[in-house]
Design a protein around this ligand. Structure first.
Ligand code: NOJ
Length: 781
């Protein structure tokens, strides 16, 4: 047992000497002192050397009391930011008392350093804290909301956005981001649809991998990488009726084939942590779900990192009706596989007694501690607990020019052109008079959306109005009026229709910036309507009566239902919440400096009554095709078409892409074969442009029914005006696999249809046959 008076540095000496002896035997002879060990910061732990790490942690754990071990399992929020319902005022005292392993909502080099000092200098073993934060779409330089980034279908750009976020956040002392959110979401009423990659498991998995790579880089020991978190595990996206925190109930096949793939992809990409979900899944809350945590994640997927609960989710096992009291909740959660308790303090308060009573084994606690300490080790925190809290690097990294440029580029790429009647867009920048109208036209704080971490909402964000003014210069004839309100509360109405209509009446073109406030999506932001909130729709109707061309610039974090606008305005741009550089990016698209290339990662319904609606639905026994002679007893609505307003994968360009010559190099596929699917894409318009070429398949007959289409590949290509390219995809039996009737994983012999096109509806088709059943040994089940 160590003495209380020893310094943290000296306490790690034994392990450090072992480590040091391997690389520099002479130096290892020197006696350690605080400065000596701090100097080892320049030599971060070698991440490849697992044996060294295991020795170090075993040695450290052998010195820890049960109380100290339990301390590592608690994550508390600092009072700097509030991302949940409760705060624990005395979190500093908790740190001093050795009751805390990690702190979240604490950032900046200075503040994290001051908190780290408490852990390193005032606790017996000086084990460094881990600092977590919701760095979802940027730390200071804010990128478009995650759903917007997904609309770019540009994996390199998405990875880079996460990379930039990691560079900025890590310099500000953050070690760990609570991202990516990889929940498949198919219900736009659910506000958290804005935080993910949309409705599709294939696209969602590719984006999950890209984001994990971006945050974690190749080497967690590099000082500009952070631990990533795959959240919310699992099935949170299917909250009933789109109401946040609500129940989910689904078949295991649906869980495995739709909701788990992005989590699996994150695990394959080496994600360091998982966060549990708030919801129950088939009657068992995710935060005490041994099937999800111990069985799937830790046993089948061999996940080596640690699992953190969501905010007070352990305590919430009580209101769920799953745990009798907080103590029971702690027991159920840790025994199911939760390693760290976020904010609830149930572990802190009850684990010692539970261990004494034998309800939680020492091995279970040790396992959780080991997983957490390993991540601290991999980050290099035992070499230098302060290595991330670097004011100089913070100063350089934050808002670095290349970060702002990356944010602008990502924002341009995320914009989706939904309508462009008679080529209204791009606008000529010359002699044009513009009326820029709407509550979102000049709102800085809304521009960066929800979950914008430390993003500045007051000064930095470039609004649409500012972006247009910057593009057109001082001489521009631009009139701005807020005009309408987006608030749910009629009392907030600005009553400024007249001024807006007067400004619009003087202009050649009206640009209406409408949608939701930044806070209308994200956590605890469910809606029952998908209409434009407040008086915006009314203003839009009044503007339309002026008979002028209207460009509707949408800003929102979920699919909105804009059927009227689609019929009545001339051009529509979906810009999501585009981030710090958003106004410049939108202006780039409006004036043709960038040709829009975004495609919807989620279906836009005509009305909320169609929800859930997604492209990969089942056919039913009575499918409905518009125009069928016998219509009545068909799967359809009396008062709305079945079709969405805009389908998954949809987005226009200022040029025209034509698809031809869909060719399969074979029409029979055996277990060890692959098919090359090729298609010619030509740019027959007048400007260069990027196109997302999408490949879908349909398994025509299965032991369980299969979706009418499933995305299995995509490529984003740049084509010069007049140019064309043959795009090729490889299809293997593993791409056709699913959980079959007996829940085994594999592909079934039979006929398949292949579709290729620029969205999920306008496609070329061909067919092939899989000649034999293919069981996959690595079946995730
Ligand atoms: C609750 C949210 O569900 C989660 O996504 C977030 O990371 C935590 N709060 C921490 O802020």
């Amino acid at each position: 047992m160590q003495k209380l008076s020893e310094t943290a540095a000296a306490r790690f000496f034994v392990a450090l000497v072992v480590a040091f002896a391997i690389s520099a035997p002479a130096a290892a002879q020197q006696a350690p002192d605080r400065a000596r060990v701090d100097a080892s910061a320049t030599r971060p732990p070698r991440p490849g050397d697992e044996a060294e790490m295991h020795r170090f942690i075993a040695d450290l754990m052998s010195q820890m009391t049960l109380k100290e071990k339990i301390g590592q399992l608690n994550l508390l929020s600092s009072s700097w930011d509030v991302t949940g319902p409760t705060l624990r005022e005395g979190y500093r005292d908790d740190v001093r008392a050795g009751n805390v392993g990690a702190i979240f909502n604490a950032h900046t080099a200075k503040y994290t350093r001051s908190l780290q000092k408490l852990a390193v200098e005032e606790t017996r073993l000086g084990i460094p804290l881990l600092f977590g934060y919701d760095v979802i779409h940027g730390y200071k330089t804010i990128f478009p909301i995650s759903l917007g980034e997904a609309a770019s279908w540009d994996l390199a750009a998405i990875e880079n956005a996460a990379r930039v976020a990691a560079i900025e956040a890590s310099a500000a002392g953050v070690h760990w981001t609570f991202a990516p959110m990889v929940d498949i979401a198919r219900d736009p009423r659910w506000g958290r649809i804005s935080e993910g990659a949309g409705e599709d498991p294939y696209l969602g998995s590719e984006i999950a991998r890209a984001r994990v790579r971006g945050f974690q880089g190749d080497d967690l020991a590099a000082v500009d990488t952070v631990l990533a978190t795959a959240k919310h595990y699992a099935a949170y996206g299917q909250a009933q009726a789109g109401r946040d925190y609500h129940t989910t109930d689904m078949s295991l096949r649906e869980l495995w084939d739709t909701y788990l793939p992005p989590f699996r992809a994150a695990s394959e990409a080496g994600v360091a942590t998982y966060m549990t979900a708030f919801n129950e899944l088939n009657g068992v809350p995710a935060t005490a779900n041994a099937y999800l945590l111990n069985e799937i994640l830790k046993s089948r997927w061999r996940f080596q990192g640690f699992v953190v609960s969501d905010y007070t989710a352990v305590d919430e096992l009580v209101p769920h009706g799953f745990a009798r009291d907080q103590k029971h909740a702690a027991e159920l959660a840790i025994n199911a596989g939760v390693d760290m308790d976020m904010q609830g303090a149930s572990f802190m308060t009850h684990l010692a007694a539970l261990s004494k009573a034998g309800s939680v084994s020492v091995d279970t606690i040790d396992e959780a501690v080991r997983r957490i300490l390993e991540m601290k080790y991999r980050l290099g925190l035992f070499s230098d607990p302060y290595r991330y809290s670097d004011e100089e690097r913070e100063e350089e990294a934050i808002y670095a020019e290349e970060h702002l440029e990356a944010a602008r580029d990502m924002a341009r790429k995320s914009i989706v052109l939904l309508k462009n009647e008679r080529g209204l867009l791009p606008l000529e920048a010359g002699d044009i008079s513009l009326a820029v109208i709407g509550p979102l036209a000049d709102s800085k704080s809304d521009m960066i959306g929800s979950w914008s971490a430390a993003g500045d909402r007051e000064e930095r964000p470039v609004t649409l109005l500012e972006g247009i003014q910057a593009r057109l210069g001082d001489a521009a004839d631009v009139h701005y009026e807020e005009g309408a309100s987006y608030s749910f509360d009629p009392e907030d109405d600005t009553g400024a229709f007249d001024a807006a209509l007067a400004a619009a009446g003087r202009a050649d073109v009206i640009i209406a910036a409408m949608g939701e406030s930044g806070g209308m999506t994200g956590e605890a932001a469910s809606r029952t309507s998908l209409e434009l909130p407040g008086t915006q729709q009314e203003l839009l109707i009044a503007l339309r009566k002026l008979g002028k061309p209207i460009v509707l610039v949408l800003m929102n974090g979920r699919p909105v239902s804009i059927e009227w606008a689609d019929e009545n305005v001339h051009a529509i741009l979906e810009t999501w919440f585009a981030g710090t550089e958003g106004g410049h990016a939108i202006a780039d698209v409006l004036f043709g400096d960038y040709n829009p290339s975004g495609k919807l990662p989620v279906t836009f319904p005509r009305n909320v009554g169609q929800v859930p609606i997604h492209y990969n639905m089942k056919n039913t026994g009575r499918p409905y095709s518009p125009g069928d002679a016998e219509q009545k007893y068909r799967s359809r609505y009396l008062d709305s078409p079945n079709s969405p307003l805009y389908p998954f994968g949809y987005g226009l360009s200022y040029t025209i892409f034509e698809y031809s010559d869909l060719v399969l190099d074979r029409t029979r596929l055996g277990a060890d074969d692959s098919i090359t699917v090729s298609v010619t894409v030509a740019n027959s318009g007048e400007v260069d442009g990027e196109e997302v070429v999408q490949l879908y398949v349909r398994d025509l007959v299965g032991s369980v029914t299969r979706p009418v289409k499933e995305l299995k590949g995509f490529r984003k290509i740049l084509l010069e005006s007049g140019g064309s390219q043959v795009v090729r995809f490889e299809l293997r039996p593993s791409d056709l696999a699913f959980h079959r009737q007996d829940m085994s994983y594999g592909a079934e012999a039979g006929q398949f249809r292949v579709f290729v096109g620029g969205n999920s509806e306008e496609v070329l088709e061909a067919e092939f046959r899989l000649t034999e059943d293919v069981a996959l040994s690595d079946a995730p089940r």
